[in-house]
Design a protein around this ligand. Structure first.
Ligand SMILES: C=C(O[C@@H]1C=C(C(=O)O)C=C[C@H]1O)C(=O)O
Ligand SMILES: NC(=O)CC[C@H](N)C(=O)O
Length: 761
């Protein structure tokens, strides 16, 4: 970039599409420096003296109303800027609404709200639309403006919503000042014709105006550079952390696993011994491929952390150490832990060589907004970070049936040889004792299931819809908790035999899923049959991030073919809108960390799972660094994870406002549900799934008696144990409350079957 390149000020109203728009502006206005500020960062008085440095302002979209000072911040004052400071401004959605109402237009609610829907835009073919023919544009709005006849605004485009809303203004310009705006979203992935073309036209007109009215632009100086954030995209700086040691070597032995499955190898690794920690990340169905089994020992580091606390607890070899995470915080603390444990030399085809395995809670993700933190009784709360450092592992390739026995412990050949021998021996036998087919998969009959209360859930759906109608959110993923009490006499077969392992095997059999997992990280046990990848990142130097959001769920039933499912999902305006909103949100999240290189690889494809059809999109991003020749970044993927949590498919859009609304609507913190589980590998790769279709237990959760944890030894003398599950779905303006309730129950049923026959509705 050159110092003389144009400089743009972007005003963000805490939206989840901002980075898509900045990326589009960078394409339309090559070499532009774009400085993004929040709308409440400066008062107009503070901003005015600096406007001379900017060639134009872009006012982004956002939740809420242009009439509410809390939602609109400094934006409303821009339109009254005096001649001395005047400059070109381009507004999007909330930006258009603000420009319009400050010039006498009426703000109204749409009768039929448009969120994630595509409309044809009829336009004048002039100004913003010069040289443009067909425009199909995505809309995300509940409010709209009615432009009076005799005012300083001119309508440039409209959409014809027919009986729903009549004609709705889609673009305007000021007749004397250099202000233009669109109501639709030029940056949405489904907008065609009126995207980059419109911004290019804005830029042509803005440059012309500047040439005539502001021939000498003000200079950019150190003070301004400090005041305004670095220009977008603010790419990853090379890691600040010095490498403390030479990389460790990964030693791998490959054996033919033949008909062995992950369950048999997990048994070998000690899955059935309740008192010990255990981790299995299990690809139990396509498109999952690898199953990762940790071979743990008392020497394995266990790391736990609670949101709001200033330390981590590290448990190892019988001792518990509290380590302060101040001032760097939990994310950097974990990055530093991993930075000293980088390893190489492993098999490039194997995604995991060793590293951290476990889960991160929903509230950990939310803490990035400084929003709600976890609350509740500390002794019975699940940790927000609960991971274990795996140094010995077996990775099973479920496609080639090869098992990779791996260790990052120096001089560990004896373990590798004996494990390789055991696996070969087991694979050689035809009758695999632990094959899940031979399991007794009868559910636990004495379980007491407490579903969310239906009327309460329906009224929360209606409250969510009111927020959507008022413009506070475009989509809200509402969820609720279900509890299951299991009598221990039923669940407890022998003293140290793990019943949760037995339950996991039932779940795996009933609902095989690509992101299945069994995590026994006391005090927490997680049984997962998640279909949804949140984020995977490949190892440097060619890191690639991939997110696979799911939106759109259809019950599988006899007679429903793929063609029917596609008609029901891809053919539904509601389902596609739900998915599109999350795709746009995830593009924004990813652009925010990796910069410009973000692509939608797959849009709304129907995938078949055990109990449901799901509509899945795939978004990929390639991290770039400031310096072309910078060393590959080991923690790129980890940063992407931190910046993109909590998963957009579990919040709705815009994320921050939706998280706040959901916090008010839902009674309890979500905890592990809606968080992510997976690994960060010592080679720098990672794979994290959204924690849905899963259930959880806290060692202390039973009634009577008191479970307690001491190193390697769990005592729980409770008469019952309590499992908890979450389920929910995206609520949009098009949602039917009864159908949403049914969808929530459908999702629950994929897990509830391991406890009891599915409850009757
Ligand atoms: C909320 C859940 O699922 C989420 C919501 C989906 C939807 O609304 O269609 C689909 C997958 C998940 O992102 C859940 O399973 O509990
Ligand atoms: N996308 C937006 O900027 C939305 C603006 C406003 N909150 C509305 O819903 O109409």
């Amino acid at each position: 970039m050159d110092i003389s390149d144009p400089r743009l000020l972007f005003i963000d109203s805490y939206d989840s599409f901002t980075n898509n728009l900045t990326a589009l502006c960078r394409k339309a206005i090559p070499h532009a420096h774009i400085h993004v500020i929040k709308n409440d960062r400066f008062t107009i008085q503070k901003l005015l003296p600096h406007l001379e440095s900017f060639a134009a302002i872009i006012v982004g979209p956002g939740p809420g109303s242009p009439e509410d000072p809390k939602d609109i911040g400094v934006i409303r004052d821009l339109w009254a800027i005096g001649q001395e400071h005047l400059l070109p401004i381009f507004g999007v959605c909330l930006g258009l609404q603000s420009l319009a109402i400050e010039h006498g237009a009426q703000l109204q609610k749409l009768r039929t709200v448009k969120h994630g829907q595509v409309s044809s835009v009829h336009h004048t073919g002039t100004d913003l639309f010069n040289g443009i023919s067909l425009v199909r544009a995505v809309r995300y709005h509940s409010l709209h403006v009615v432009i009076p006849r005799d005012c300083d605004l001119e309508e440039l485009a409209y959409a014809d919503d027919g009986a729903e809303n009549g004609k709705v203004t889609m673009a305007i310009k000021h007749t004397q000042k250099p202000f233009w705006a669109v109501q639709y979203h030029p940056e949405s992935v489904l907008t065609t014709g009126g995207g980059i073309e419109v911004i290019e036209n804005f830029w042509t007109m803005a440059s012309r105006w500047n040439k005539i009215h502001r021939p000498d632009a003000g200079c950019w100086n150190a003070r301004r550079a400090k005041l305004f954030s670095p220009s977008w995209p603010s790419l990853c700086m090379p890691s600040q952390m010095p490498r403390k040691a030479a990389p460790r070597r990964v030693v791998t032995r490959m054996v033919d696993a033949r008909s062995l499955d992950s369950v048999a190898i997990a048994d070998l690794a000690g899955a059935s011994v309740e008192s010990t920690p255990f981790v299995l990340l299990d690809s139990a169905a396509s498109p999952g491929r690898y199953s990762i089994i940790g071979f743990l020992s008392p020497k394995s580091y266990r790391i736990t952390h609670f949101v709001g606390e200033d330390h981590v607890t590290v448990l190892r070899d019988g001792s518990t150490v509290r380590e302060s995470i101040a001032p760097i915080g939990i994310w950097k603390w974990i990055a530093a832990f991993m930075e000293t444990r980088i390893a190489d030399g492993g098999n490039k085809d194997v995604p995991f060589w060793g590293g951290l395995v476990g889960y991160l809670s929903y509230e950990l993700g939310c803490s990035i907004f400084a929003s709600p933190t976890s609350s509740g009784d500390r002794a019975n709360r699940q940790p927000d970070v609960n991971v274990i450092y795996v140094e010995r592992s077996v990775v099973l390739d479920n496609v080639t049936r090869k098992a990779y026995i791996q260790s990052i412990i120096p001089k560990d050949e004896t373990w590798i040889s004996s494990t390789a021998k055991s696996i070969s021996r087991m694979a050689g036998k035809n009758d695999i004792a632990s094959s899940p087919d031979e399991l007794d998969i009868s559910p636990i009959q004495t379980a007491k299931i407490t579903l969310p209360e239906r009327s309460g859930y329906i009224s929360r759906i209606n409250a969510a819809k009111e927020h959507l109608a008022s413009g506070n959110s475009y989509e809200l993923c509402l969820t609720a908790e279900t509890k299951v009490q299991v009598s221990r006499s039923d669940s407890h077969k022998s003293d140290n035999a793990s019943t949760s392992w037995h339950m996991y095997r039932n779940l795996r059999k009933r609902n095989p899923a690509p992101h299945a997992a069994y995590l026994r990280l006391h005090p927490t046990t997680v049984l997962s049959s998640s279909p949804e990848r949140f984020l995977s990142f490949s190892r440097p130097p060619h890191s690639m991030c991939q997110l696979r959001p799911i939106k759109g769920t259809l019950r599988k039933a006899p007679g429903i073919t793929r063609v029917d499912a596609e008609r029901g999902l891809v053919g539904s305006v509601k389902e596609v809108a739900e998915n599109l909103m999350i795709v746009d949100l995830i593009r924004h999240d990813l652009h925010g960390v990796v910069g410009e290189d973000v692509n939608v690889k797959q849009f709304c494809t129907v995938e078949e799972y055990e109990t449901v059809w799901q509509m899945v999109s795939v978004i990929e991003g390639k991290p770039s660094t400031l310096q072309k020749d910078a060393a590959p970044q080991f923690d790129h993927g980890w940063r992407v994870l931190r910046e993109c949590l909590p998963p957009g498919s579990m919040t709705g859009a815009p994320k921050k406002r939706s998280v706040e609304i959901l916090h008010d609507l839902e009674n309890n913190p979500r905890g592990i549900y809606s968080g992510v589980l997976g690994y960060w590998d010592v080679g720098g790769g990672g794979d994290w799934a959204v924690i849905i279709r899963s259930c959880f237990k806290h060692d202390n959760s039973g009634t009577q008696g008191n479970g307690s944890l001491s190193e390697g030894n769990v005592i729980n003398d409770s008469a019952t144990e309590e499992w908890s599950l979450g389920a929910g779905g995206a609520i949009t303006a098009l949602s039917d409350p009864q159908a949403e309730w049914d969808e929530m129950i459908l999702k629950l049923q994929s897990v509830l079957g391991i406890f009891k026959e599915t409850p009757k509705q």
